[in-house]
Structures are given as C-alpha cells and as structure tokens.
Design a protein around this ligand. Structure first.
Ligand SMILES: C[S@@+](CC[C@H](N)C(=O)[O-])C[C@H]1O[C@@H](n2cnc3c(N)ncnc32)[C@H](O)[C@@H]1O
Length: 218
C-alpha cells in the first residue's frame, strides 16, 4: 500500500494557470483504471519522475513495451493529457501515481527499478528555494537502494544553476554511481533520444542548451 506519510513536501502547481474547469469526477474515474497501487517483484519497472504532460512516459512505454512505466506527477492538467494519450495510443504499460515520488520510494523495500527518468526537474533557481530541489545526494542514494544492479538514472536539465548543483550531488555520490557520459563533448539529449517534452521545447525556444546526465549504479 502507498505510504500516507510524506517525508518530503511536494512544491509547485497542481492545476494549470488557465481558468478552464476540469471534470474532477471524470478525471478520478479515468485515473482509477491506471492508478499505481503496489509493486510486484515479478514485474520490471521504470520510474518516470515529474512527467508534466507525460511525453516521457509515452516515449518509454513504446520503447520498453515489456516493462511497466510508473509515471509520477501531481499536476492534474498534465495527467489529463497523459491519460488521453495512453488511450489514444492503446498503451497498457503505464501506471500513474498522482503525487510525490517519495511515496513510491518509501514503499520500495526491494530493488524494483530497472531505470529512472527525471526530465527537467524544477530548478528552483533562487537560493532561498534551493532546499526544494529534487536532485540531491540524499535523493540519489535513496534511488540507489531501489535500483537493480547496473541500472541507470537519466536526468535532463537546462538550468545552469541546477547543473552545478547536480554535478555536486553526483560528486558526493561517486561511491554509488558512475557518471557514464562524463567524457562526452556535449551532454545533448538528442544524441541519445528523439524526444521533445514541453520543458525541452521551452529551453530550445529560449536558447538554453539542455544537458543529460546518465548515472549507472555501482
Ligand atoms: C519543470 S516540470 C517538467 C515536466 C516534464 N518532465 C517536461 O520535461 O516537460 C517538473 C515537474 O515535476 C513535478 N514534480 C516535482 N517534484 C516532484 C516529486 N517529488 N514527485 C513527483 N513529481 C514531482 C512537478 O509537479 C512538475 O510538473
């Protein structure tokens, strides 16, 4: 069962800025069909954290049809789009957790995950908000405990402040992870995948270069 006790608060928005009304009853009914409930040792899981409009989850579901993608996102407007795209593409290997990824990590008493994706986590650029950042060495070590051997974490960001912070976190975790792509000339996402999320497009439009960090469990 999902833990009700949040050890880490989840910041940011649950609804979009538009005043557009949504049918919460219908949303809850639809999400019930895809709701993540429990982990099963017999299945192979990919954890997709902070999925926004769900582009990464759809991409991963198609790329890894034999695995189960757990999409974690509390942003309802984004989840509605993801649910529509799941049904439109007849996808049957995505489960949705409408909430904090910590709920899932806390119930993972075994090494369940084959891969973790974190695309454009909120950078919280102001110093006074730095504690809200998701990627810290503590968080990476928590992921290390639930990852299977040789599994990988993919982190994408376009924020120079967050890049420095992530590099520092990777350094602190050097006994836990190998930074696989550290010798690449550029850390471009497109060298690895053909995927464009909302925040990828935002970065390109603003001429910020997204970087991808690939960490492999030691
Ligand atoms: C900047 S958006 C990126 C969305 C999407 N991945 C993309 O590339 O367009 C970051 C998302 O992470 C979600 N998020 C932040 N902390 C989270 C957490 N602890 N658990 C689950 N989702 C989280 C936020 O709600 C937000 O929608």
């Amino acid at each position: 069962m999902l833990s009700s006790k949040y050890t880490n608060r989840l910041f940011g928005r649950t609804r979009g800025r538009s005043k557009k009304k949504i049918n919460l009853k219908k949303y809850n009914e639809t999400i019930d069909k895809y709701k993540f409930q429990n982990l099963n040792e017999k299945l192979e899981y990919i954890l997709d954290i902070g999925t926004g409009y769900g582009e990464t989850s759809i991409f991963l579901a198609k790329k890894y049809p034999e695995k189960v993608i757990i999409s974690c996102e509390k942003y309802i407007d984004g989840n509605i789009i993801l649910l529509k795209n799941i049904e439109k593409n007849n996808i049957n290997n995505i489960l949705l957790h409408n909430g904090n990824v910590y709920n899932i990590i806390e119930i993972s008493n075994k090494k369940y995950f084959n891969l973790v994706w974190i695309f454009f986590p909120d950078p919280w650029p102001k110093n006074r908000h730095a504690k809200r950042r998701l990627i810290t060495s503590d968080f990476l070590i928590k992921l290390h405990k639930v990852l299977k051997e040789n599994s990988e974490i993919y982190i994408a960001t376009d924020s120079t402040i967050y890049i420095r912070f992530i590099l520092n976190s990777i350094y602190k975790c050097k006994d836990y992870f190998n930074w696989v792509n550290q010798s690449e000339i550029n850390l471009s996402i497109k060298d690895h995948f053909d995927i464009e999320t909302k925040y990828y497009k935002k970065a390109i439009k603003s001429q910020r270069k997204p970087s991808l960090f690939i960490l492999r469990k030691l």
